[in-house]
Design a binder for this molecule. Structure first.
Ligand code: NAD
Length: 286
């Protein structure tokens, strides 16, 4: 696939999603070059992946040798310039347009000839991001779900200029790493977050209005709608900052008041209560 016979990929951003994507590709025998602008994020990422793999060994789901090989295949890279050249580069950094454009302009130089540059964005326009690159036909949304090693779906999002060939190859790559790809067209929030985020936002408005405590809101949605987890617990898992970023994109780009982020969500983010990743959101996590 690359200059050697080995399969390889670069992942830019080693937060909640980047580390999960790195693990999934390493488990599919890819050499993974994982970059983050913050070295502590890389340390946290390799530490967490190691813990998850050790847990899998303890539970008998993976052999110790396989877990060690997966760990070995993930290479933390401090400087983006050192990630090398790969048939697939996935950007999974902070959900901000300016940050993503800056990364993508540099990351495209690390895509091997005729390779694919993908973004894991939850809501930002694939068409707009693609336009900032030299090969918009080989740019695609590859939207993984949290936690990546567990969730089967990859929403493959086609920008205006994404080629058929790029979509076909992205679908094949998702399948190769054990995921189930489903394709859609580029539109704010795509399918997943266009539907999910208004529900999460409304749950936060419900809490803000004093209709019920977080546990009650989540239990009503779990037991009454057969959702595996309640919307507030899910927001904590996604990250409240990420939820706010997505709602801002929906509000701005779809131009409708119904997507206005709940003031309580803004307040929680300002307070640094970001959910599981900061150990405090709608629930405490010790
Ligand atoms: P996160 O905050 O956990 O991680 C983002 C990472 O990006 C951080 O480690 C940060 O240091 C890094 N970063 C910031 N600027 C960078 C730069 N210039 N170069 C390299 N790294 C940089 O966020 P996340 O939840 O992992 O989200 C990442 C992307 O995935 C976002 O686009 C988000 O919308 C999307 N996403 C998130 C979820 C979710 O449930 N959290 C689900 C699907 C998609």
């Amino acid at each position: 696939m690359s200059s050697s016979d080995k399969k390889s990929i670069a992942v830019i951003g080693a937060g909640t999603m980047g580390r999960g994507i790195a693990q999934v590709f390493a488990q599919a025998r890819y050499d993974v070059y994982l970059h983050d602008a913050f070295p502590e994020a890389l340390t946290a990422a390799t530490g967490q992946i190691g813990k998850l793999l050790d847990k899998a060994v303890d539970k008998g789901k993976m052999s110790a040798a396989d877990a060690a090989a997966v760990k070995e295949r993930i290479r933390p890279v401090k400087s983006l310039g050192d990630v090398g050249s790969h048939p697939l580069v996935i950007e999974a950094a902070t959900e901000k347009l300016d940050i993503k454009i800056e990364i993508l302009k540099k990351a495209q130089t690390h895509v091997a000839d005729s390779g694919i540059l993908a973004t894991n964005t939850s809501s930002i326009s694939i068409t707009q991001l693609a336009a900032a690159t030299d090969h918009p036909d080989r740019f695609v949304g590859m939207h993984f779900f949290n936690p990546v090693p567990v969730m089967k779906l990859v929403e493959v999002v086609r920008g205006l200029q994404t080629s058929d060939d790029t979509v076909v190859r992205t679908v094949a790559l998702a399948e190769e790493v054990g995921k189930t790809p489903v394709c859609c067209n580029d539109h704010p929030g795509f399918v997943s977050n266009r539907v999910l985020m208004p529900m999460i936002n409304e749950a936060i408005f419900t809490l803000q209005d004093g209709v019920a405590e977080p546990e009650a809101i989540d239990n009503i949605m779990k037991l009454g709608m057969a959702h595996p987890m309640g919307p507030l617990a899910l927001a904590d898992l996604i990250g409240l900052d990420v939820c706010l970023d997505i709602l801002e994109v929906l509000h701005r780009d779809l131009g409708e008041d119904r997507y206005r982020p709940c003031p309580l969500l803004r307040k929680m983010v300002l307070a640094g209560r970001l959910g599981r990743k900061s150990k405090k959101g709608f629930y405490p996590y010790d």
